[in-house]
Design a protein around this ligand. Structure first.
Ligand SMILES: *[C@@H]1O[C@H](CO)[C@@H](O)[C@H](O)[C@H]1NC(C)=O
Length: 302
């Protein structure tokens, strides 16, 4: 088994060990391997950076366990959990501010100057994609996104941590609270409001009238884009957002479909989204050239 998938498996296993869910991650790993077509890497020279998710930190036991699991497989590799907006700052600091910090930390590290592989967890996967699209210098070679809200979120996370935050946040304008979550909030009741008010994701996904061709060019420079989805994710809702799927805008649905509660509505798979069809950030090209891989496991994000 080669690098990309092994790294993803390590991540799956660690995610599972954090949650109440069980052993299915190893099954997901087994399912992934037969179709594994990754080239054999001469890999030790390429460092790996890990970007933690919301309410996590580069120094947490979970992140350190991931670092260790990669080192166990690749002892000579440089593996670095990025100390970007640790702890509460990962919730309270806007995505653009966190991104500035991430760029600074990456550029200050001499070992990363020739490029690196990047693995992001949840919000961290979105930050890394923003790094790739807007900076990518030094460049990312392979990008692994684990349970990240790549197409946004439309539902407050069900985890206890958010129970105090969500009501406050939703009582105002969720797009304008100045916390990280607002950056990838995507309320399907109005595309117009989303495009006008979302200050991060709409731009990053090239959904605005003015698009940025650098974003697509940088994504197309990736050697591989691996997306991992937790089928029962309770934090990123809908879970398929992790693989660039999302609910349809409500004005494109008939009345009876709109009456179905949001969490029970089917999502459009990546291939049926506008962003894919217009190849706005290169997803279609990455996919048809065999560089975009989707994996899932029957588990949840804690
Ligand atoms: C497109 O993105 C690049 C990279 O972030 C930036 O330098 C450039 O100014 C952007 N172009 C436009 C038209 O916004």
């Amino acid at each position: 088994m080669t690098m990309g998938v092994r790294v993803a498996c390590a991540a799956l296993l660690s995610l599972e060990s954090l949650s109440a869910a069980t052993v299915v991650a190893s099954a997901a790993a087994d399912r992934a391997s037969p179709s594994d077509t990754l080239p054999d890497p001469a890999d030790d020279a390429v460092p790996v950076v890990l970007m933690h998710g919301i309410a996590d930190s580069s120094t947490s036991a979970a992140m350190q366990q991931l670092v260790d699991s990669i080192l166990a497989a690749f002892p000579a590799k440089r593996v670095l959990a990025l100390p970007v907006s640790n702890g509460l700052a990962s919730i309270l600091r806007e995505m653009d501010r966190q991104l500035e910090e991430l760029v600074r930390i990456i550029r200050a590290d001499n070992s990363l100057k020739h490029g690196f592989d990047a693995m992001g967890f949840s919000q961290g996967g979105l930050l890394l994609r923003a790094y790739i699209e807007r900076f990518n210098s030094p460049p990312v070679r392979r990008f692994i996104s684990i349970c990240s809200p790549q197409a946004g979120v439309g539902f407050c996370p069900l985890s206890p941590m958010f129970q105090w935050l969500c009501p406050m946040w939703r009582s105002g304008d969720p797009y304008r609270t100045g916390i990280a979550f607002s950056g990838y909030w995507k309320d399907v009741s109005s595309r117009e409001v989303y495009l006008a008010e979302n200050n991060f994701l709409a731009n990053l996904n090239n959904e605005l009238p003015t698009t940025n061709s650098t974003y697509k060019a940088n994504m197309l420079a990736l050697e591989r884009y691996v997306l991992v989805m937790a089928l029962r994710d309770k934090t990123v809702v809908p879970p398929a957002s992790a693989v660039h799927g999302y609910w349809q805008w409500e004005d494109r649905l008939d009345r009876s479909s709109v009456q179905v509660p949001l969490v029970e509505r089917p999502v459009l798979p990546m291939e049926e989204t506008e962003g894919y069809q217009s190849d706005a950030i290169g997803l279609q090209t990455l996919h048809v050239t065999g560089r975009l891989h989707r994996l899932s496991f029957d588990g949840m994000q804690r």
